[in-house]
Design a protein. Structure first.
Length: 133
């Protein structure tokens, strides 16, 4: 999946990454059925999201962003938390609902990242959109 420098990560983080890699080995078993995901995105990121939507199909936005930044999310151990509570966006942000058609496989991958990072899917997508802006 990706080259991991083992000395860079704690054993707990390496175990999480290994579990993530094993789950992704089952990609071919998924249907290509699309679901509609509704996410809460901060208002200040919506302009960039609209710019992305105008250049690519809406159904591929989540997939393209995830492919582009997944390795970065997995390679930075400072993003991993050992807290039991899931991290959400900061309070006080003006959040807006945005609906995306997403393939089940991509949604499952986002759920795996949610467990691995202990972040909400909305926070992961907001972070990825922020990285892309």
């Amino acid at each position: 999946f990706m080259n991991i420098r083992k000395e860079k990560y704690s054993n707990d983080t390496l175990t999480k990454i290994k579990l993530f890699e094993n789950c992704n080995d089952t990609k071919n078993k998924w249907n290509t059925k699309k679901i509609h995901a509704t996410l809460l995105i901060p208002k200040h990121l919506l302009l960039h999201l609209k710019k992305i939507s105008s250049t690519s199909k809406k159904s591929l936005i989540v997939q393209n962003l995830l492919q582009k930044y997944k390795e970065l999310l997995l390679s930075d151990e400072t993003l991993f938390t050992n807290k039991l509570n899931t991290l959400y966006e900061e309070t006080g942000l003006e959040l807006e609902k945005v609906s995306f058609p997403v393939e089940e496989e991509i949604w499952a991958e986002l759920k795996q990242l949610r467990i691995l990072l202990n972040w909400s899917i909305c926070k992961i997508m907001s972070f990825i959109i922020y990285l892309d802006s």
